[in-house]
Design a protein. Structure first.
Length: 127
């Protein structure tokens, strides 16, 4: 999974690999007492499908994200930077568990971290 000539999506195992990471990620998140409450009453299959689409599109995969706009779907949920960091910790562990190199874990987290403000509702203001 470390051939730098392939796009990140392919280095992470393509569709099967990214789907496996997403399933593993949510197993960890659902087992986390701080994060699990955010996912009560959600349709798990749809959540995982939308997360796969989102991650795949951000990682240069041949997939278009068709889910809701991130700010609107997360608004009012009380998600803080601490929650976001915990989610990212589980994502890093899932990526590593599925064979991603440390460089690819860093790259994936870097790309996804650009969406923190949309998930937490924090304003990103310069100055």
């Amino acid at each position: 999974m470390s051939d730098q000539t392939e796009v990140l999506f392919e280095r992470l195992g393509g569709e099967a690999g990214v789907n496996a990471v997403v399933r593993d990620l949510y197993r960890r998140v659902f087992d986390d007492p701080e994060l699990a409450p955010f996912f009560q009453h959600v349709e798990v299959e749809r959540l995982q499908r939308m997360q796969f689409e989102f991650m795949a599109s951000v990682m240069d995969g041949p997939v278009q994200y068709t889910g809701a706009e991130l700010t609107s779907i997360h608004r009012g949920k009380g998600i803080t930077g601490k929650h976001f960091a915990k989610f990212f910790g589980h994502l890093a562990d899932s990526l590593e568990a599925h064979g991603a190199s440390s460089q690819d874990v860093d790259l994936a987290l870097g790309r996804l971290s650009m969406y923190k403000d949309k998930v937490t509702g924090d304003a990103n203001v310069d100055g």
